[in-house]
Design a protein around this ligand. Structure first.
Ligand SMILES: Nc1nc2c(ncn2[C@@H]2O[C@H](COP(=O)(O)OP(=O)(O)O)[C@@H](O)[C@H]2O)c(=O)[nH]1
Ligand SMILES: [Mg+2]
Length: 403
């Protein structure tokens, strides 16, 4: 009898333990599932493995196999709420370009200068060292050859060369690179945007392209701020329908710059957004439409096809739109920026480059590479995250800042 009682108690205890262990494991796994679901919208890594909402809209015959092309590089972005509250009225003094490019200057010309420590001149047998400095300055191989030939000529002519003579020879060659670019007509008279095309009549349309995290949305916000300050009526089209938070991020900028946003809810086709935005701008007398785009779809090839389609669709509303196709490149990506430029230019015919994050980068030499190797003008540069931190690229000022 007593034995039966003990067995019964033992079984009851075991059942209780099994119940609690089971409950604990179930609780833990449901918490993890919730965290994953919550993170899906914001975590770029989760995003890339999630089916693209745009992919469902793409006709079957234009779909690419998932593995055919590598997805573009992912750069993390801060949550929207981290952006500081700043309105067009609170714009601070713009930063000086030579301050922004001090790291580039140090890693490039600073090292050449270092070769002169303790001696007034260098001789032609030190050319190899200069070559190494040039190659590690993200100028691109063709640009390195061009500059090296200029240094070589300088050393041959003089036998030896002083720092100032070398600096002058390099400066001259660099300026020639920018001068060789095709001259464009009809430029903007808007302060700080002197190199950007404005139409004398009707809406001017700018399409902004580039990989994820390059700074497209930020650049659009800065552009909108400048235009609004000049009294222009601006419409921002939220064409990055791929990332769930992209429209929201653009909205923060439109509030800051005090301009209008076109972001129809539930429209997942970026071409439809662009088409409707242009029609609205035409009908309602907007001066400028800036079209934001996605930086990543499930394959790079697919992204290019989508962007090409957006361009075609815009032309249906306005034959000459977009008046600028601006490629946004992160200066920190160095040589990779040149590869991106090649790809985007090949697919879309880029009219100009915006080089962002020039503040603090040691790779600012990439502007020369873009101009020389791809023959695309660098039109604007980003030198910070604030509304005022965007300016027209000016070759003399740039060369003076890096050398
Ligand atoms: N320091 C600095 N940061 C920038 C600049 N332009 C953009 N950023 C930052 O780069 C990150 C990505 O920018 P975002 O506009 O979202 O890139 P998108 O994915 O191309 O639209 C954000 O943290 C921006 O604040 C710049 O000129 N300087
Ligand atoms: Mg964006």
């Amino acid at each position: 009898m007593e034995q039966n009682y003990l067995i019964f108690v033992g079984l009851a205890l075991a059942a209780t333990v099994v119940f609690f262990v089971g409950f604990f494991l179930w609780k833990n796994s449901s918490k993890k599932t919730k965290e994953l679901e919550k993170g899906r919208d914001s975590d770029p890594l989760t995003e890339i493995i999630t089916e693209s909402p745009v992919a469902e809209k793409v006709p079957v015959e234009t779909r690419e196999p998932e593995t055919s092309v590598e997805a573009p590089e992912i750069t993390s972005e801060p949550p929207v709420e981290q952006l500081s509250e700043q309105t067009a009225a609170e714009v601070q003094e713009p930063k000086k370009l030579s301050d922004a490019l001090s790291n580039t200057r140090q890693s490039f010309f600073g090292r050449i200068k270092g070769m002169f420590s303790g001696k007034p001149t260098i001789a032609s047998d030190e050319l190899e060292e200069i070559e190494e400095i040039l190659y590690t300055s993200d100028l691109g191989p063709k640009t390195v050859q061009l500059l090296l030939a200029a240094v070589e000529d300088q050393l041959k002519a003089e036998g030896t060369s002083g720092l100032e003579a070398l600096r002058d020879a390099l400066k001259k060659k660099m300026l020639e690179v920018f001068e060789a670019l095709p001259e464009e007509t009809a430029k903007s008279d808007i302060q700080g945007l002197e190199t950007i095309q404005m139409q004398p009549e009707g809406p001017t349309v700018w399409m902004i392209v580039g990989v994820n995290g390059a700074g497209k949305t930020t650049t659009i916000g800065k552009l909108a701020g400048k235009l609004a300050q000049e009294g222009k009526k601006v419409l921002l089209a939220a064409g990055d329908t791929f990332r769930a938070a992209a429209g929201e991020q653009l909205k923060v900028w439109t509030d800051r710059a005090q301009v209008e946003i076109f972001s129809p809810p539930d429209v997942k086709d970026p071409s439809a957004v662009a088409f409707d935005a242009l029609q609205k701008a035409k009908a309602r007398g907007f001066d400028v439409v800036i079209v934001d785009t996605a930086g990543r779809l499930h394959t790079q090839k697919n992204l290019m096809e989508e962007l090409k389609k957006m361009k075609r669709v815009m032309k249906k509303v306005m034959e000459d739109a977009p008046h600028e196709t601006l490629l946004v490149l992160d200066a920190n990506s160095g040589q990779n920026a040149l590869i991106q430029a090649n790809e985007f230019h090949g697919a879309l015919g880029v009219s100009g480059v915006v080089l962002t994050k020039m503040d603090g980068t040691a790779k600012g030499g990439v502007a020369l590479g873009v101009a020389h190797e791809l023959q695309i003008p660098v039109k604007l540069i980003g030198i910070g995250e604030g509304l005022a931190d965007l300016r027209s690229f000016e070759a003399n000022e740039y060369v003076d800042s890096i050398i």
